[in-house]
Ligand binder design. Structure first.
Ligand code: FES
Length: 102
């Protein structure tokens, strides 16, 4: 069953950038894009790298290790060497806090 986990204050999600949080025992990357907040797993599906250390451009996060790119809206792997999409999580904003559905 889906659980909404309180992750971080909305004000702490950077604009046009990424921040990592721990929520429900998982490492989640939160992205601020055009006033929206998106959440994915923080771990690249290709290797041992954290997406929070990558480079966000528009809706695309580039992995710091081999420059694979994911769409943060749906987790889609956009280029090689990625083969697997990354998990995404629904986001809700309430009372100035970001909640993530795990
Ligand atoms: Fe992310 Fe290789 S570890 S692209």
């Amino acid at each position: 069953s889906t659980q909404w986990i309180k992750a971080i204050a909305r004000a702490d999600v950077p604009d046009e950038d990424v921040i990592a949080v721990q929520a429900g025992g998982r490492e989640i990357a939160l992205y601020g894009v055009d006033g929206e907040v998106y959440a994915t797993s923080n771990l690249c599906t290709h290797g041992n790298a954290r997406l929070c250390d990558g480079f966000l451009e528009g809706h695309e996060i580039e992995c710091p290790l081999h420059q694979g790119r994911f769409d943060v809206r749906d987790g889609r792997a956009l280029c090689s060497p990625l083969r697997e999409n990354v998990a995404t999580y629904p986001v809700r904003i309430e009372d100035g806090m970001v909640f993530v559905a795990l």
